[in-house]
Design a binder for this molecule. Sequence first.
Ligand SMILES: Nc1ncnc2c1ncn2[C@@H]1O[C@H](COP(=O)(O)OP(=O)(O)O)[C@@H](O)[C@H]1O
Ligand SMILES: [Mg+2]
Length: 413
Amino acid sequence: MPIEEAKLPETLITAIPRINIGIFCDNEATLQAMQQVAADRRMSRAHITVHTGGIIGAFQAHSGALSPNLLIVESHSPRDTILTELSQLAQVCDPATKVIVIGHVNDVILYRELMRQGVSEYFVAPINLLQMIQVISNLYNDPKAKPIGRVIAFVGAKGGVGSSTIAHNVGWLISRRYDTETVITDLDLAFGTAGLNFNQEGGMGIADALSSPERVDATLLDRLLTKCNDKLSLLASGGMVDRDFHIDSNAVGAVLDVVRHNVPLVIVDVPNIWAAWTKYTLVHADDVVITATPELAALRNAKNMFDVLKAARPNDSVPKVILNQVGIPKRPEIPAAEFAKALGVEPFAVIPYDPQVFGTACSNGEMIVEVAAKSRTAEIMNDLSQMLSGHESPKAPAKASIFAGKFSMLRKK
Ligand SMILES: Nc1ncnc2c1ncn2[C@@H]1O[C@H](COP(=O)(O)OP(=O)(O)O)[C@@H](O)[C@H]1O
Ligand SMILES: [Mg+2]
């Protein structure tokens, strides 16, 4: 049965962003209904899997694996069993995972209890398809809701230190290892290398977006992105030197805001210039990564940027500093310990000078892990992507971490 469009004016339903949704039904009718929900055009950006198994199925699937942005779970059980099963599920869920419950009892006490405990919505089966889509849409399109996307901004302490290469590798790795849809935004319109590094030339997405930021919305974003694979896209420009371009903070802010409302991970490759808009981008990112090489100019610049950003973001984690290209033969360099002393923090990672691996990756338009999976450099890139992903580790058993969301209250039971 096609979804009955007439029941709700379609304009009320804003399309669902590029999130992962896991659906665990416990009977055939709901399974079929949810498959229809998954096939709806407004869900087409999301990555949806529909399973059987109910709440326990979801628990089993996510013990030791990452939970999606949204879990929709069904149960035929009475109130107390649902609450017990959900409290088990809460133990293995990511703090940011939202939960919708489909039940078979019209029980107002259960409904209130679920709402109190942070479940996003309770449906009584059989579900109304458009209502379900509407509820999911509202969860993610509420202007007051926290954007789904985390922004990690990468900047070099000098040109050529490897900031872009690290940003691209980290974005690619997180998108794959954590199955997270990721957009790499390359703000270097003239000399950006994102297109080259991913063998994707031609897109002018970021230039178009920044020239009319007020037009950028989820639909235009679809057209501006250059898709590298199912989970990774670029918002970049292919080396634009024929147009003079003025970038201002408001335009960058507006564009990144649309991206972070639509995509769970946003990697921003910030060029090595100090301007109002680059500073704005760094100050407003969730995480900042400064890459430096072990030399005096890079140390001075890294320290200056570190101090300014730390002061401008008193309630955020301090910028992370990566020391790259360490150990160039015959070149005197500042030891990592001295870098750490000057900055007051240990380097987040130390990456050796590895011209063979970086050179091959660079000329092939491939990532480090693709050209030298077993190298020390690949291992460091994997570690970096794990630390920056915000996840414990890709396949490690889920720890009973503190839930940030309201769903956490279920854990206390
Ligand atoms: N650890 C390293 N060892 C060898 N070459 C590297 C290393 N890190 C980066 N490179 C190379 O340095 C060059 C500049 O890197 P890039 O990421 O464009 O720097 P940035 O964005 O800081 O200007 C690239 O050719 C890259 O492959
Ligand atoms: Mg660069």
